[in-house]
Design a protein around this ligand. Structure first.
Ligand code: CDP
Length: 261
């Protein structure tokens, strides 16, 4: 088999050259990292689950017109994506206080925020992805003011869509991170959602039990990460194909049914 050129290796994913120009292959690893790689582990099956969950979310976004990089899933761990120029800013949207927001502002985890809050972090591992303001983004040329407007509009659409999607399956969307990229079609450029959206990049709490169903299970040594991700996948109605085939089995026929024959 022809060896593919590796373009980039991140903490949880590898990008390879795609089969056609303008495409890449995104491979989901089983690696879990937190606190900028200070904590690292291999969690069997995580990559497969994130590939499927992210596929489902990106495909649904395409259906409702949220532009994104997803083309198709290739196999259990890989998806074909559009090549973009990644904007070096992570966009975090928060609905409920958690994580670093609580530490920074002294909020109690679980407080519902007065409104959804959008934050920007500069993508720079060496600096621990510091929080930055729009001023930094425009002054250093990471994105233009018009692009920031587009990014914020996209982030709000993704938040509305994801909040509804998860609410429908009994899960609260606490916060999430997205990455965006510039994509050229002929001579026109537009900003589209890139990277992944999965329990690695979202905080997801079960509405009834408030149990965490996301990467905090790893960050906080709670265990049961794969089971939690599986539960998210099951509630989304995906992953069925790996279940054993369901035979019809014997069916009880009641006297009423017989009468209808
Ligand atoms: O996750 P952590 O407490 O380090 O940071 P946060 O700013 O509270 O994270 C907000 C949301 O963005 C969480 O859902 C994180 O999982 C996600 N995030 C991410 O996926 N990647 C990062 N580099 C930072 C945050």
């Amino acid at each position: 088999m022809k060896k593919r050129r590796r373009i980039y290796e991140g903490k949880a994913k590898i990008l390879y050259e795609g089969p056609e120009p303008g495409t890449l292959v995104q491979f989901f690893k089983d690696d879990a990292t937190a606190y900028n790689k200070q904590k690292h582990d291999i969690i069997d099956g995580k990559g497969v689950l994130n590939n499927r969950i992210s596929e489902h979310i990106f495909q649904s976004m395409t259906k409702i017109g949220i532009p994104n990089h997803f083309i198709r899933r290739m196999n259990m761990r890989e998806q074909l994506i559009k090549e973009v120029e990644i904007i070096p800013v992570e966009v975090i949207v928060r609905n409920i206080a958690a994580g670093t927001l609580c530490q920074r502002l002294g909020l109690t985890e679980g407080e519902v925020l007065p409104r959804s809050i959008i934050e920007f972090c500069y993508k720079k591992d060496e600096l621990n992805d510091p929080l930055v303001a729009e001023e930094h983004i425009t002054a250093f040329g990471w994105a233009s003011p018009q692009e920031i407007d587009d990014i914020m509009a996209l982030a709000i659409r993704v938040n509305d869509f994801l909040s509804g999607l998860f609410l429908g399956i009994g899960i609260q969307l606490v916060d999430f991170k997205i990455e965006l990229g510039r994509h050229w079609e002929n001579d026109a450029m537009r900003i589209i959602v890139a990277d992944e959206i999965s329990p690695d990049s979202c905080r997801l709490w079960d509405i009834k039990t408030q149990e965490k169903m996301d990467k905090d299970r790893f960050r906080r040594d709670l265990g049961g990460l794969v089971d939690a991700y599986k539960e998210v996948a099951n509630r989304l109605g995906i992953m069925q194909e790996s279940e054993p085939p369901r035979g019809k089995g014997p069916v009880l026929v009641s006297d009423n049914d017989k009468a209808k024959d």
